[in-house]
Design a protein around this ligand. Structure first.
Ligand SMILES: Cc1ncc(COP(=O)(O)O)c(C=O)c1O
Length: 380
């Protein structure tokens, strides 16, 4: 039977038609007034998305490039930093920081949980010389949300500490306004809620963080924020930019701004609630104790390998993600960030009910859908 593949993975995510159209255009040269105009408009739209007038850089790299850029530009060798390590990407903050000789306090947290405020306060009390706290806003590997506002308060209580937030799967899902929250460095990536292919990352930095640019003694060449900042404020980049991705980003930003960031956040809240409540109704258990609205991590039923269930889902047209490291085969992750609506989630839940039955975990057809419909009904 003909089957259409539907992408429900937490990056890459499906692309809106406006973005696909923009990507399909003939390339233009970047050292031209035409590109400069588009670049500056895109930059302004990014500033609107983050509700700031400060520098928001577009880097030609995947999200990890912006993470690395945060470390090499705003810290110096030997700086003591606290990493909230609650999953695959928290671990990445620790690895990048260690690579560049930072003194890392690696606060490891059980996957699926968020940090403990008392434990955090204790660490901070014992390490008043912290130069930074590095965290994921939304830890995609465990579909967990961390409270970054509290971390901002903690950072501000110290002499010279900056809050570095990986917003790779939170920007475009929540209202992430770094100045209001107190985030000093915020990074995100194109293939998530910005609804683009991979290849572009974004970096915001605060006035407080800017002072670090002069002091940082870590070698850097390609990822040099000072150099990029000079060029980008004039609508150019230090090296060849991802021209078509930037043009497409402008289109996706226009869509997001037209929807309104608070409406967009509400939509993601509804899609996440529908998904979480439906899977619970089907007797499944959520992975996260502090779930994010970008994706939902779910344990496979007892005795069933999550990757077999994913194969079953794929057979009927749904590609969802699996678990990483020790969660491989145990969980699956359903994305609902970016170009998704209520009907997409109902479709996915319908598919999940079929796949569960096929794999031998009997559920009453329609039970999860009914729950999700009831939730959607409250908002439509
Ligand atoms: C929270 C988070 N951080 C970092 C990354 C790494 O981004 P990239 O794969 O674009 O380098 C991802 C990608 O899945 C992510 O979800």
């Amino acid at each position: 039977m003909f089957i259409k593949e539907r992408l429900f993975t937490p990056g890459p995510v499906p692309l809106p038609p406006e973005v696909i159209r923009a990507l399909g255009q003939q390339i233009i040269h970047h050292r031209t007034p035409e590109f400069t105009n588009i670049f500056l408009e895109t930059r302004e739209n990014l500033q609107k998305l983050l509700n700031t007038k400060r520098d928001v850089l577009m880097l030609t790299s995947s999200g990890t490039g912006a993470m690395e850029s945060s470390v090499v530009n705003f810290f110096s060798e030997g700086d003591k930093v606290l990493v909230i390590n609650a999953g695959k990407f928290g671990e990445r903050w620790a690895k990048i920081s260690q690579t560049y000789g930072l003194n890392v306090i690696d606060y490891k947290i059980e996957w699926g949980e968020t940090y403990d405020k008392d434990r955090l306060d204790e660490i901070v009390r014992e390490n008043k010389d912290l130069k930074g706290i590095l965290v994921q806003h939304s830890e995609t590997s465990t579909t967990t949300l961390h409270d970054v506002a509290y971390l901002a308060k903690v950072c501000n209580s110290l002499d010279d500490c900056i809050l570095v937030v990986d917003g790779i799967t939170s920007v475009g899902v929540y209202e992430v306004y770094p100045e209001e929250i107190g985030i000093d460095i915020l990074v995100t990536g194109s293939q998530k809620a910005l609804m683009l292919p991979p290849g572009l990352s974004i970096l915001y930095y605060s006035e407080k963080a800017e002072k670090r640019l002069e002091k940082s003694n870590i070698p850097k060449f390609y990822l040099n924020v000072k150099e990029e900042s000079k060029k980008q404020s004039k609508g150019q980049t230090a090296y060849t930019p991802a021209i078509n991705l930037i043009i497409a980003l402008n289109e996706s930003l226009k869509l997001m701004l037209k929807e309104g960031i608070s409406n967009l956040a509400k939509r993601h809240e509804i899609l996440a609630e529908m998904t979480r409540e439906a899977v619970k109704e089907l007797g499944l258990k959520l992975l996260s104790k502090s779930p994010t609205n970008c994706a939902t991590g779910v344990y496979a039923p007892e005795g069933i390998n999550a990757d077999d269930l994913r194969k079953q889902l794929l057979k009927i047209g749904f590609r969802v993600a699996g678990g990483q490291d020790h969660l491989k085969g145990k969980i699956f992750r359903i994305a609902h960030m970016g170009y998704f609506d209520i009907m997409d989630m109902l479709q996915l839940i319908a598919g999940l009910e079929i796949a569960l039955n096929k794999i031998g975990y009997k559920v009453e057809l329609g039970k999860g859908i009914k729950k999700a419909q009831e939730i959607a009904n409250k908002y439509i």
